[in-house]
Write a protein that binds this ligand. Structure first.
Ligand code: PAF
Length: 279
């Protein structure tokens, strides 16, 4: 496995590959990322993982400085998983001048995560577009844990005619169902035990929908109430259509329940898809 930090060396290295699949990451790797590597492996001869903590997608109040950075550990995990090339640029390599040219995502980017993290998807889309231009992969793999990110990246590729296939990876969970996340390592022991409640309330909403309950607002409010009652600060619990990420309407079949909430100083997100076939 080669670890490459500059763009010209990366281009030279990838020039001899017939197909490339990219797994973009911000490091702090866990089994969720590694499962995306496995998917990438089936899509191309050469698997590239990028590691870059993208300042553009962090608000000044967010955890850019604390975000876990351990290139040596990350590279060991990636090498053991059979990655061919790690692209780990310095900030000045990706942003040699202030990045004033930004990609403006569609209005869906101002909802859900975007409502609570203004500018987040502008930063994500701009960085992902740059990574696509630098690596020029045939396929790129994104996890469904960042469900809205996946939706926006797909839409970017579609609306900008980018020659890259977007492939999705399922959420990987701990044995108690907590979705794996780089931010889980911020949790104290007590918070870690409590953290499973987010998945639990989303499962209850899913069960309600599967049982025929279509009072989406009430289902969302109940879930929020349970979390608040256990000390969480809830950003949103929202039942949306899978394809558009617009609020679910009675009669829609493919739904996703998305949640974001704070436990102490840590913000967790999770989601569950549910089929609302008529009962
Ligand atoms: O999901 C992430 O880790 C980041 O948002 C991404 C896609 C690497 C862009 O910085």
């Amino acid at each position: 496995m080669e670890v490459i930090a500059d763009i010209s060396s990366l281009r030279l290295r990838l020039g001899r590959e017939s197909s490339v699949a990219l797994v973009p990451t911000m490091g702090g790797l866990h089994e969720g990322h590694l499962s995306l590597v496995d998917i990438a492996r089936h899509r191309a001869d050469c698997v590239v993982a990028s590691i870059f903590v993208n300042r553009l997608q962090f608000a000044p109040t967010e955890d850019f400085d604390q975000y876990p950075r351990n290139l040596a550990d990350d590279c060991e995990l990636l090498e053991n998983r059979g990655v061919d090339v790690v692209f780990a640029p310095e900030e000045k390599t990706l942003y040699p001048v202030a990045q004033e040219f930004m990609l403006e995502p569609p209005p869906v980017a101002d909802t859900l995560e975007g409502e609570f993290r203004p500018g987040f998807f502008r930063g994500v889309a701009t960085a992902v577009l740059k990574l696509f231009n630098i690596v020029q992969p045939q396929a790129a793999v994104f996890g469904k844990k960042d469900y809205q990110q996946l939706h926006i990246v797909r839409e970017m590729v579609r609306q900008l005619n980018l020659p890259v296939e977007i492939v999705e990876g399922e959420i990987i969970r701990a044995s108690d169902h907590l979705a794996l996340s780089s931010r889980n390592r911020y949790l104290t022991e007590r918070e870690r035990a409590e953290a499973t409640r987010l998945h639990h309330v989303l499962s209850q909403v899913k069960q309600g929908i599967a049982n025929g309950d279509r009072n989406f607002h009430e289902l969302e409010e109940n879930a929020k109430g349970i979390l608040c009652g256990h000390g969480w600060k809830v950003d949103y619990i929202a039942i949306q259509q899978c394809d558009t990420l617009m609020p679910a309407q009675v009669g829609d079949e493919n739904l996703v329940i998305l949640g974001a909430a704070w436990l102490g100083k840590t913000r967790l997100i999770d989601n569950l898809e549910v089929s609302a076939t008529r009962v």
